[in-house]
Design a protein around this ligand. Structure first.
Ligand code: FER
Length: 288
């Protein structure tokens, strides 16, 4: 199906497990939810090893299975680990929706991304990180903060909207961000297009208020020039250049800067392309 990714047999295969947990929805009710969790090859045996963790969010209308079903994400991560290209990393595939809310339109979607930022730290991260061996010594806010250099958030489309929300609201717990083909909706939906300067200022303020400079977090943003989100994400990224103490743009890795933006010629808005961005970003993560 994908013309760019070749499935690559890998003897060192990790595995996916389902993890059930409960979370509070936008109506304030506690409801059952689940996520899928990838553990790399050797996780079961290497019991004294700690793992980095990436929370990777699906796009609009999706669910925790979307990344698994739509692209060879597992084969990609198996090979990245087998070739030593990534630091050992657990990957969590959650959903920001609660009980079939995916159909509630764009305004509803924005509300869910905001609710999810509270769920993330209150419900999801404690459930995941008390169960799996991450760098969090304790699966609470203090433990998450102390281990933030080992935690990433990424996502595609609405998952990218969630990623910018996690930057704006949970920078204390995450140091690496992988927004793919989606802008920041803090101020309004498509805010990266409609209010790029104010959106960049919001993100800048979130960093400054938390005491973070351009060496304390790292953003690898990607899209394609024919992606429907290109015109939303690009003005926001341009506006972020006004704050170089917070966002130091680089075209290589994260040694000379902390923000990279790749816009791949002709790529469109599709899962069949976006995991290539994941494959480009992950080798740069967890090295600082
Ligand atoms: C964008 C961010 C999110 C965007 C689209 C989305 C078109 C989501 C779309 C959907 O869920 O249907 O910048 O650009």
């Amino acid at each position: 199906m994908n013309e760019h990714y070749r499935y690559n047999d890998c003897k060192e295969r990790g595995r996916f497990e389902r993890l059930d947990y409960t979370a509070i929805n936008v109506k304030g009710e506690r409801i059952p939810k689940y996520c899928n969790v990838y553990t790399p090859y050797g996780y079961e045996e290497e019991t004294d090893k700690k793992y980095n963790i990436l929370y990777l969010m699906h796009g609009g209308g999706g669910n925790p299975d979307a990344w698994m079903d739509s692209c060879p994400l597992k084969n990609l991560f198996d090979n990245l680990h087998a070739e030593g290209l990534v630091e050992p990393t657990i990957v969590v595939l959650p959903t920001f929706y609660t009980d079939g809310n995916a159909s509630e339109g764009m305004a509803g979607q924005r509300e869910f991304t905001i609710n999810f930022q509270a769920e993330l730290v209150r419900d999801l991260m404690p459930a995941v990180e008390s169960h799996y061996r991450t760098y969090a010594e304790t699966a609470d806010e203090a433990g998450f903060k102390a281990s933030r250099m080992h935690r990433a958030f990424g996502g595609f489309s609405m998952g990218s909207v969630n990623t910018w929300m996690s930057f704006g609201h949970n920078l204390d717990y995450f140091a690496y961000f992988m927004p793919i083909s989606g802008d920041c909706w803090e101020l309004e939906q498509m805010g990266g297009n409609k209010q790029p300067e104010a959106t960049a200022k919001f993100l800048h303020d979130a960093a400054v208020n938390g005491g973070y400079t351009n060496r304390d977090f790292f953003i690898y943003a990607s899209t394609g020039t024919k992606d429907i989100a290109y015109e939303n994400l690009t003005p926001q990224m341009e506006a972020m250049k006004a704050f170089p103490d917070t966002f130091a743009f680089t075209e290589d890795d994260f040694t000379t800067g902390n923000v990279r933006y790749d816009a791949v010629p002709d790529y469109v808005h599709a899962y069949q392309l976006v995991f290539e961005y994941v494959g480009n970003s992950m080798p740069k993560f967890f090295k600082n």
